[in-house]
Design a binder for this molecule. Structure first.
Ligand SMILES: [Zn+2]
Length: 108
């Protein structure tokens, strides 16, 4: 009985995290189109983070090197990099820290 409760709890948390990370921007038609085009290029087939570790992982997402929330132009390709699911999740966590620091700086 106890075990079941714990599992349910962690599932609910997972959902919460996904919701937190999904920005309406990523659901716009324009972004989907740009992202799809970017990932379809030969040079963007594989995750750049994994590549640095000599691993070839298929890239599934277009990531903003400087987080979208704080970059000047979210459609500037120079700020794009192809990432796999796993690296994108890790990057998302560090992005949050970057955004927080950025906001702090502006307030000082
Ligand atoms: Zn990767």
């Amino acid at each position: 009985m106890r075990k079941k409760n714990i599992r349910l709890f962690s599932k609910a948390r997972e959902k919460e995290q996904v919701r937190e990370r999904s920005n309406p921007f990523y659901h716009t038609y324009r972004w989907r189109k740009v992202s799809k085009e970017f990932l379809s290029r030969e040079e963007n087939q594989f995750c750049v983070h994994c590549k640095m570790n000599h691993v070839l992982a298929p890239a599934t997402t277009t990531d903003h090197i400087i987080p979208m929330e704080i970059c000047d132009d979210p459609y500037d390709e120079r700020n794009f990099q192809p990432l796999c699911m796993r690296c994108n999740r890790i990057k998302g966590a560090s992005d949050k820290r970057m955004i927080q620091q950025h906001k702090k700086k502006r307030h000082e």
